[in-house]
Design a protein. Structure first.
Length: 108
């Protein structure tokens, strides 16, 4: 169930997917672009704005921070995983409903 029952933006969806394992900002950008076949390119401002929002909501957390290091890694939390699973269910429902209605129109 998507906490808050709101659809995720595509950027937030790909960031959460990226953080199923710990990654730093640049790694998140690369993973999202690779996973989307180059369609999703996260700008630094978009990425770090989303990261700050997700940190505040408890969807992700910083991890493995070394003293005196500017490179921070983030990872998804249990709450973030629940949000991601809710979004996947929502997207699957959208696709299923679309397929049913299109099939009815095309075959009926």
């Amino acid at each position: 169930m998507n906490i808050g029952n709101n659809a995720l933006t595509e950027a937030v969806y790909y960031i959460l997917l990226s953080l199923l394992e710990p990654r730093h900002g640049y790694g998140i950008m690369q993973f999202a672009e690779q996973l989307s076949g180059g369609r999703v390119r996260l700008a630094a401002g978009t990425l770090y704005g989303a990261i700050n929002t997700m940190l505040e909501k408890g969807w992700i957390e910083a991890c493995g921070i070394e003293p005196n290091s500017r490179k921070k890694e983030y990872v998804i939390t249990q709450t973030g995983t629940a949000v991601l699973l809710g979004e996947i269910a929502r997207l699957e429902e959208l696709a299923a409903n679309g397929r049913v209605l299109l099939n009815n129109v095309m075959n009926g």
